[in-house]
Design a protein around this ligand. Structure first.
Ligand SMILES: [Zn+2]
Length: 383
């Protein structure tokens, strides 16, 4: 098709543009990213293998969350239910492959998934897996994906649970991540996540993250998600761990935001998740905070690395392309701005040089196809 000069590059980004855009996704929990159709397929396969499989069918058990319950109740239900469906090696493997397929189909070119190492107990029909075995299984799916010349590169972050894991277990997870990385498997970092409503002193987990830091294994932490996990002492503690990225970063005092920008720490912002789960602070008494109230605007105006994350696409139902479109719609971002947002996201990625080159090539080809040729922003290079 011949190139016809058009004004399209000046039009606001629409759904199609956001799907075509080579996107970066850095905040996606593996289990929460599994879509309901995928869970239904896994359930049907398990029921076929074992008629006594007594987990209720997903299309009934996971009926529309807007009916009769809030998103937070649904989330808790989804998580509990999920682990009963994903309790065999084959279902975990199918689910991982499905999540990769969904992100790639949505136009993501670099994905960092995260998961908490969790053992699969043996069943009447299958052998179990240790937590390490389950992580190795996920990694084998990701490694095969990366070697099949797919347009999307993917890697894995191991999550430490802020409530469920002891300091010794946290250290074991860091050791596991380092061992797997040394074997050449695509483990790129460690995370801190889990129930943020229960306050806990984070200092005992510090040695595990210090170990990661000493071995140059990048750290991301869920940061100031809710007021209960946003005390000044907790936020200061987490910043001493030298995280490269912060997830959510909602209830952060202005002075600390400045410190984060000055230290070159990247933020992972989750628009739909924060709005649907009502995590944003109230600005007006009359109405619930919406997208336009999201703190995205503050970080966007700074010269910092920031990315848009889906958090749990299976729960919130919003793929990466929709997060980019929402940002464009509510913060008046142009098509060029969205490309720039992808580059700013990539500055915070934990990937190696080969993936950075892959993403940059995808963005340059996209700009050329879309007629968005612009001088390179000074901020494209990683710190
Ligand atoms: Zn998260």
């Amino acid at each position: 098709m011949s190139q016809v000069p058009s004004l399209l590059p000046l039009e606001p980004p629409d759904d199609d543009f956001c799907r075509r855009l080579p996107k970066i996704e850095l905040h996606a929990h593996l289990s929460g990213s599994i879509t309901r159709p995928c869970l239904q397929r896994i359930w049907e396969a398990r029921k076929g293998e074992d008629p006594d499989f007594d987990v209720p069918e997903p299309r009934l058990a996971l009926a529309d969350h807007s009916v009769g319950q809030g998103i937070n109740e649904f989330f808790a239900h989804f998580n509990t239910y999920l682990y009963r469906i994903l309790s065999t090696p084959s279902s975990l493997s199918v689910a991982t492959h499905s999540v990769l397929t969904e992100f790639q189909a949505d136009g993501v070119v670099y994905l960092e998934l995260r998961t908490t190492p969790r053992a699969l107990p043996p069943t009447a029909h299958t052998q179990g897996l240790t937590a390490e075995g389950a992580v190795r299984l996920i990694l084998s799916v990701i490694k095969d994906w990366n070697t099949s010349s797919s347009p999307m590169h993917a890697s894995l972050i191991l999550t430490i649970d802020r409530i469920k894991h002891s300091p010794a277990q946290a250290m074991e997870i860091v050791d596991l991540a380092l061992r797997l990385r040394d074997e050449g498997l695509p483990v790129v970092g460690v995370d801190l996540a889990g129930d943020c409503n229960t306050p806990r002193d984070m200092a005992p987990l510090r040695p595990a993250y210090a170990h990661a830091q000493a071995a140059n294994l990048p750290i991301t932490v869920h940061f100031a998600e809710v007021p209960n996990s946003a005390s000044e002492s907790e936020l200061r503690e987490l910043l001493t761990w030298n995280p490269r990225r912060l997830g959510h970063a909602i209830h952060v005092p202005e002075a600390m935001r400045r410190l984060i920008v000055d230290r070159g720490i990247a933020v992972e912002l989750c628009l739909t998740c924060n709005v649907l789960a009502r995590m944003l602070p109230s600005q007006h008494e009359e109405h619930e905070p919406g997208f336009v109230d999201h703190h995205f605007a503050w970080w966007w105006a700074e010269d910092c690395s920031l990315s848009l994350g889906t958090d749990d696409m299976g729960v919130f139902g919003s793929p990466s392309s929709q997060e980019y479109r929402l940002a464009a719609e509510h913060f008046a971002l142009s098509r060029t701005d969205l490309v720039s947002l992808c580059r700013r996201a990539m500055r915070g990625a934990f990937s190696g040089l080969e993936t950075r080159d892959h993403v940059e090539a995808a963005l340059e080809a996209f700009e050329s196809r879309e007629g968005l040729g612009q001088p390179r922003p000074h901020s494209e290079n990683p710190p």
